[in-house]
Design a protein. Structure first.
Length: 218
């Protein structure tokens, strides 16, 4: 008998590569997307942005990293990171990845060797680890929410943040415009923050299909 806990499956038809329409990216962001900047300058951009409310984060977002010379720069994208899905303040998929079939899966953060990944990121970017993850990464998926959305004070501003359930990590958000959010990953013991960009999807398609605990695998 199912426990009643909600689960999810992402089908190919639910993936929308088209970003939501909105203003052009500001010049500083366009430059940052093309070239790495210093952490100090990145923090300046972050601090200069306004807060975003929790309600403003609901929905599915495409993600990409913003380079600052951080050890994790390029790692997520090499592994086909797709973005994040905020269905409610209690129901968040923090790490969506794309399978070779085109389907999305929600990676279980508890199964990520984050410290090891941070210390030796280049070891994970070789052709063999990347191909293995793209082929078998879905075996590390989860059907349960893995993070929560909260309003937290960070660097003097109360704004929406995503709190991982199983990792000492908080992603703090600031609003760039109607369709873009700047993210900062703050992890216990990490010397410098990791920055990323989220852009709202134009249309995520139908809502994720939900099954009971005994539902079919992704």
């Amino acid at each position: 008998m199912a426990s009643g806990r909600q689960t999810r499956d992402y089908g190919v038809a639910e993936i929308s590569d088209a970003p939501a329409s909105g203003p052009a990216a500001p010049a500083w962001l366009a430059e940052w997307e093309d070239h790495a900047i210093s952490t100090r300058l990145a923090l300046g951009h972050f601090d200069g942005l306004e807060a975003v409310e929790e309600a403003g984060m609901l929905g599915r977002w495409r993600g990409r990293d913003l380079p600052t010379g951080h050890p994790l720069d390029g790692v997520l994208e090499a592994l086909s990171w797709y973005g994040k899905d905020f269905r409610s303040s209690e129901d968040v998929d923090p790490l969506l990845f794309r399978r070779r079939s085109g389907k999305l899966f929600a990676l279980d953060p508890a199964r990520i060797p984050l410290r090891r990944l941070q210390r030796h990121p280049r070891l994970w970017l070789g052709p063999i680890p990347v191909q293995l993850f793209r082929r078998f990464g879905h075996l590390l998926s989860t059907r349960r929410p893995a993070a929560r959305l909260r309003s937290l004070a960070f660097r003097g501003v109360v704004s929406a943040a995503m709190v991982y359930d199983s990792l000492p990590v908080i992603d703090c958000f600031r609003r760039i415009d109607a369709v873009r959010v700047l993210g900062l990953m703050d992890m216990r013991g990490m010397e410098q923050p990791f920055f990323f960009l989220l852009r709202r999807e134009a249309d995520a398609g139908t809502a994720p299909i939900r099954y009971g605990d005994a539902g079919p695998a992704i």
